[in-house]
Design a protein. Structure first.
Length: 230
C-alpha cells in the first residue's frame, strides 16, 4: 500500500470477520513493527499473543470491568481518568456512579471474537522517564512503547488487516499480570485486537493541521497544512 493510504486509513477496527490471521502474516506484522523508535533504542516491549481460550475469557472479563469504570465517567459527562486542572491524578468526580448500569459495549463483551488478541507490556526499567519528577502527570515513558503499538496497527493495515489499541485492561493490571505471568517491573501498556475487518475505515475524523500547529508560541499564528480534514 501507499504510505499516505496506510496512515490515513488506519482507523480503529472493532468488528472482525470470522477468519483466522495466519501466523506468518502476524509474524510479518511484528517484524515490520519492531522498527519503531524508543528512548535510547532500548525496545523494552514484550508482546503476549493470547491463544488459550481460558486466558482470553479471563482477559475479556478484566477488560469489561475496566470498560465499566470508563463508561461510568462518560455517563457523567467526564473525560475518563483525566488529570485535574493542575495536571495531576485526581479522584473520580463525585457525580461518577460506578454502581449504575452502563451502556453496553459489544466489542468488549465479545472480545474473544477478535482473531488476534495481543497484550503489549513494557519493562519499566528500560524507560528514560525524563518528566517523571515533574509536578504533573508523566507522559514521556509511554513514548517508548506506543510508537511500537501504532506500528503494529499500521503494519496490520498494510496486510489488509485492521485493529484497535485498548487500555481497559490497564484498570485491572494486577490481576492481568498475575494471569499472564508478567514479572514485577513490567507494566501493561495496551491490548491490541486485530483481524480481518468487517469493513475498512475510509474517512477518519481528525483535526486539520492549522488547528494544532502554530508558529513560535502556543498562541502564535496558525501554520496552515496542505489541506483540511479528510
Ligand atoms: C492510548 C489509546 C487508548 C485507547 N483505548 C481504547 C480502549 O480502551 N478501547 C477502545 O475501544 N478504543 C481505544 N482506543 C482507540 C480510540 O478510541 C481510537 O483510536 C479513536 O477513537 C479514533 O478512532 P477512529 O480511528 O475510528 O477515528 C485507544 C486509542 C489510544 C491511542
Amino acid at each position: 500500500m501507499e504510505f499516505a493510504d496506510v496512515v490515513r486509513t488506519t482507523g480503529a477496527v472493532r468488528r472482525f470477520r470470522d477468519e483466522p490471521v495466519p501466523d506468518a502474516t502476524l509474524a510479518r506484522v511484528f517484524d515490520n513493527a519492531r522498527f519503531a523508535p524508543s528512548g535510547g533504542n532500548r525496545q523494552g516491549w514484550h508482546v503476549i499473543v493470547l491463544r488459550s481460550a481460558e486466558v482470553r475469557a479471563k482477559i475479556r472479563a478484566l477488560s469489561l470491568a475496566g470498560y465499566q469504570e470508563y463508561a461510568a465517567y462518560v455517563a457523567a459527562g467526564h473525560v475518563p481518568f483525566s488529570p485535574g486542572e493542575d495536571g495531576r491524578w485526581q479522584q473520580p468526580p463525585g457525580d461518577v456512579d460506578f454502581t449504575a448500569p452502563v451502556a453496553r459495549n459489544r466489542f468488549v463483551e465479545e472480545l474473544e471474537r477478535a482473531p488476534v488478541l495481543a497484550v503489549l507490556a513494557v519493562d519499566l526499567r528500560q524507560l528514560a522517564v525524563t518528566d517523571g519528577d515533574l509536578p504533573r502527570q508523566s507522559v514521556v515513558g509511554g513514548g517508548s512503547v506506543y510508537p511500537f503499538a501504532q506500528n503494529i496497527l499500521l503494519s496490520a493495515r498494510n496486510e489488509g488487516l485492521g485493529g484497535v489499541l485498548t487500555t481497559f485492561l490497564c484498570r485491572r493490571e494486577a490481576e492481568a499480570k498475575e494471569l499472564l505471568g508478567l514479572p514485577q517491573p513490567y507494566a501493561i501498556a495496551a491490548m491490541l485486537a486485530i483481524g480481518v475487518p468487517d469493513r475498512h475505515p475510509r474517512k477518519l475524523t481528525r483535526r486539520p493541521v492549522e488547528d494544532f500547529v502554530t508558529l513560535d508560541r502556543f498562541d502564535g499564528p496558525a501554520f496552515g497544512g496542505p489541506g483540511g480534514n479528510g
